[in-house]
Design a protein around this ligand. Sequence first.
Ligand SMILES: CC(=O)N[C@H]1[C@@H](OP(=O)(O)OP(=O)(O)OC[C@H]2O[C@@H](n3ccc(=O)[nH]c3=O)[C@H](O)[C@@H]2O)O[C@H](CO)[C@@H](O)[C@@H]1O[C@H](C)C(=O)N[C@@H](C)C(=O)N[C@H](CCC(=O)O)C(=O)O
Ligand SMILES: Nc1ncnc2c1ncn2[C@@H]1O[C@H](COP(=O)(O)OP(=O)(O)OP(=O)(O)O)[C@@H](O)[C@H]1O
Ligand SMILES: N[C@H](CCC[C@H](N)C(=O)O)C(=O)O
Ligand SMILES: [Mg+2]
Length: 471
Amino acid sequence: MRLGELIGGESGPEVTGFAIDHRKIAPGNIFGAFRGTRANGEDFIPDAVRAGAVAVVARPEARVTGAAHVADPEPRRAFARLAARYYAPFPTTVAAVTGTNGKTSTVELARQLWRLAGHRAASIGTLGVTTADDQVSTGLTTPDVATFLMNMAGLRREGISHAAFEASSHGLAQYRIEGLPVLAAAFTNLSRDHLDYHETMEAYLAAKLRLFSEVVDSDGTAVIWADDPVSSQVIDAARARGLKVMTVGESGEALRLASRTTALLGQTLQVEADGRAHSVNLPLIGAYQAANALVAAALVIATGGDVAQTLGDLARVQPVRGRLERAALTKTCAPVYVDYAHTPDGLKAALEALRPHASERLILVFGAGGDRDKGKRPEMGRVAADFADRVIVTDDNPRTEDAAAIRADVLAGVPDAVEIGGRREAIAAAIAEAGARDVVLIAGKGHEQGQIVGDRVLPFDDVTVARECAA
Ligand SMILES: CC(=O)N[C@H]1[C@@H](OP(=O)(O)OP(=O)(O)OC[C@H]2O[C@@H](n3ccc(=O)[nH]c3=O)[C@H](O)[C@@H]2O)O[C@H](CO)[C@@H](O)[C@@H]1O[C@H](C)C(=O)N[C@@H](C)C(=O)N[C@H](CCC(=O)O)C(=O)O
Ligand SMILES: Nc1ncnc2c1ncn2[C@@H]1O[C@H](COP(=O)(O)OP(=O)(O)OP(=O)(O)O)[C@@H](O)[C@H]1O
Ligand SMILES: N[C@H](CCC[C@H](N)C(=O)O)C(=O)O
Ligand SMILES: [Mg+2]
């Protein structure tokens, strides 16, 4: 494709791709020069042009010489739109999920439900790009818009027709997930996270609402978990845009969760949909997984799935990696679960999910990540104090912070906890003391494969370590 076909004017040079980092510019690329939290991309325009950029998308005030200047007051959005025209076509049925917790689980369950209905489906998010045959990790939930659109186009070339992606608040605020048609968008919940970046809960919610007010197609569907304190604000935003609205949950209308009965390895849900009652056997435990499963089902229904078949297929879903994953049994036969809870609300949800499974103590091992919202640390401590019986505070990706200082922030909310910095030692201690009637929860890292200390990633997998300690 020639530059002129994308930005108008003379045909110009051949465009070879898009990049937002000047170090990744190859000859013929279009460079997106954005002002960020650590750097100003506009400072790298001369370097990008020297490296062969044929056009630069930047604010009108930016100085561009030696390449075309695509000037736009919102350059990230303009860049996303151009990149989407370049990388198209994409899978024909695309759905997005936002919310503080449950995005990864919901996109992954939607992918499985589409597949069970016979479609070639994929999910994109924290676990990477997942298809029936493959899982490729990308590092971030949404790396950058060029990579995102390239991945989507790649899926289409592989014959994928249905794709669900995670819309993180960072991704939405930075226009990292834009430009392609999105038929349905879902909201799971909102609670404290990422205030280091968004600063206030209002700004955090506003970032998420963009999915409904701008990103999803104007004739698309909003699937909204109805039992959250801010659900009505999301419903209002969706209605204001003229979207079809499907609400899900105990107070939902499209899929109404009438009751939930816990079993050892799963649960039975009574769901009302289309005026009929459906009994759903879900092979996942916990209220939070029931919520994610129903939101996923609603997305599948919103994109053409049959109601009874979709709800019936929930009986055949596989667990999501690192979400209440049953990792091991201790020598006393206490189950050890690994979960990705890394917010106060997520931790509460994971502990509540396991409470019915512990006839005696719930033993919790957790920490909090460095270079992330500091205010959530004592709140997570307080949740641990309130909902677990025994707490070991340990390290979880200290990044560039002092690990002991992070633990102290967490311990402020749970002063009775035991402090064991080394994550392996902490897991070993929990497993060693668990009795037959206890349950162990290792929270915070889920599927993660490394402990980030400084700028190094030390190999670490909670599930593997739990198995080694239990053996
Ligand atoms: C706070 C945040 O989201 N930062 C992300 C964001 O950075 P930014 O726009 O602020 O960029 P910056 O580093 O200030 O640089 C500004 C611009 O100059 C460019 N640049 C910079 C340096 C240089 O030498 N050359 C150059 O061209 C950069 O590519 C960028 O476009 O865009 C960068 C490029 O895509 C990301 O790498 C970076 O992710 C950082 C590493 C990060 O840790 N992000 C996390 C918090 C994140 O985004 N997480 C969410 C998930 C959260 C969740 O689900 O819980 C995610 O979607 O993954
Ligand atoms: N619907 C929910 N309600 C409350 N907590 C939840 C819900 N879904 C997931 N959680 C908690 O959040 C954790 C992370 O779940 P998941 O990975 O699906 O969320 P996410 O939104 O993708 O997270 P991230 O923002 O890190 O990408 C789970 O392990 C669980 O502890
Ligand atoms: N993707 C999220 C969750 C990370 C979970 C936890 N392990 C941490 O490092 O804080 C983030 O980057 O904030
Ligand atoms: Mg995720």
